[in-house]
Design a protein around this ligand. Structure first.
Ligand code: FCB
Length: 441
């Protein structure tokens, strides 16, 4: 068996990603808490305490991140805390976040701050949420406040997390609030998300010219189920274009294309200093005339791939490589803003992590401009409508006692971060079953 070490470029960012509502606890003034109260989250599951960061447990978790070799962390700020009512700002909440990002710097972790990660203040939802035209200036005002408050510690910003998930799951599939199934509403929301992103981009650069600003898109690999069958190729292509390409294209060219409906938003042109890619999995897509509600598609995982415990994610590392390749077309550096797998037993995660980082290393070796990787996530957290059934953490969380227990993958990831490399020794220690295929000869 060959021995090898796959190095990453100097200064590569290694971290984990989190989101306010999933870790803070006590966020009762936003649409997700209301959604939970209305019974749309798995019964018995609540975001009420989460990882208890708001009471101060962020400190111990940031220690964990720093002590395990990470040099960066991606977190989000909660709009409904900072602006609890339309005409009220909470300086204490801003100060709390200032302490957190200072806490990251003090531990040698470069912060990336996401300004919108799925949740919206209730007052905004009463005005119509992202369907309401005035959302753009409201979001811009919020972003200015945050950037003014945090700019001494933060210069890497992610405007909106997964606008494509926000619009499709909330307004087409109806599984996220507000639970609509309406393509017209979805398109209005998508348009305002692009405008909101553009307004935020320009506002951030006005306050902090040296800032680097991007958004994080959820890239889902979509392969035609039968490559020889033109309708499968057509539907996979159309879905991928709409789901994956819509937002980064809008931020690149300032143009929207929604199933052939076109529109120009000139102020969005050139509004990404980097492209954030959240990659989890890849699926097969077949044409299905009988499923108009599903945009004439049947989507499924390749039965030969290993799937996570709740069936949520198929382990498709090659899809990650393809996602990075796809990202090159936008001509800006790429940051992997999320990647990970739910696995309470931590057996698939070790393979998943090694195989995905291996594919990223291949990409880096073609000198593709990839600057960093944020694993989802540090400690098990509240996974939206799926509650606590999915465990994505490098650390396991006991929700009752708030105790954290390190999973083996945390040591694996620590070794990768510390050495800025993936080596055959690490594979021998954490997933020896991969040795033959990764290091033949
Ligand atoms: C992504 C979300 C993140 C987390 C992971 C598992 O779509 O951005 O908040 O829930 O999925």
């Amino acid at each position: 068996m060959a021995q090898a070490t796959f190095y990453f470029p100097k200064g590569f960012l290694w971290g984990t990603a989190t989101a306010a509502h999933q870790v803070e606890g006590g966020n009762t003034n936003n649409n997700w808490y209301q959604w939970e109260q209305e019974g749309h989250v798995l019964p018995g599951h609540s975001s009420k305490v989460a990882c208890d960061w708001w009471s101060g447990r962020w400190r111990e978790d940031f220690d964990r991140a720093a002590e395990s070799g990470q040099n960066s962390h991606r977190l989000s700020v909660e709009w409904s805390r900072i602006q609890p009512a339309e005409h009220r700002w909470d300086e204490d909440a801003l100060d709390h976040y200032r302490q957190m990002v200072r806490g990251l710097r003090e531990r040698g972790l470069t912060p990336m701050v996401t300004l919108h990660h799925f949740t919206d203040p209730l007052w905004l939802m009463h005005l119509g949420g992202w369907e309401y035209e005035g959302v753009v200036e409201r979001f811009e005002a919020f972003v200015r406040r945050v950037v003014e408050a945090l700019k001494d510690f933060v210069d890497l910003w992610c405007t909106i997390n997964e606008p494509n998930v926000y619009a499709s799951v909330g307004y087409v599939l109806g599984e996220f609030p507000p639970g609509k199934r309406d393509l017209g509403s979805a398109y209005r929301v998508m348009t305002n998300l692009v405008r909101g992103h553009a307004a935020a981009y320009h506002a951030i650069h006005t306050v902090q010219p040296e800032a680097r600003v991007g958004m994080a898109v959820n890239y889902r690999g979509m392969l035609p189920a039968r490559a020889w069958f033109p309708p499968d190729r057509w539907v996979a292509g159309a879905l991928s274009k709409t789901y994956n390409d819509f937002f980064p294209r809008a931020a690149h060219h300032g143009r929207l294309n929604f199933f052939g409906r076109r529109q120009s938003i000139p102020q969005a042109r050139g509004t990404q200093d980097f492209l954030g890619i959240n990659y989890y999995t890849r699926e097969r897509v077949a044409f299905n005339l009988l499923a108009p509600g599903n945009l004439f598609s049947k989507r499924f995982y390749d039965p030969r791939t290993e799937v996570s415990p709740t069936g949520f994610i198929a382990n498709e590392p090659l899809g990650f490589y393809q996602a990075l390749k796809w990202g090159l077309q936008f001509g800006v550096p790429i940051i992997v803003t999320e990647n990970g797998v739910e696995d309470s037993e931590d057996s698939l995660r070790r393979r998943y992590l090694i195989q995905h980082i291996h594919q990223m290393w291949r990409a880096v070796n073609f000198v593709w401009p990839i600057e960093g990787y944020f694993h989802w996530t540090l400690v098990d957290n509240f996974e939206w409508e799926r509650g606590w059934t999915q465990r994505f953490g490098l650390w396991e969380l006991d929700l009752e006692t708030q105790a954290r227990r390190k999973r083996p993958s945390a040591d694996l990831y620590a070794a990768i971060c510390r050495q800025n490399a993936l080596s055959s020794e690490m594979v021998t220690q954490f997933a020896p079953e991969l040795l033959e295929s990764m290091f033949p000869g």
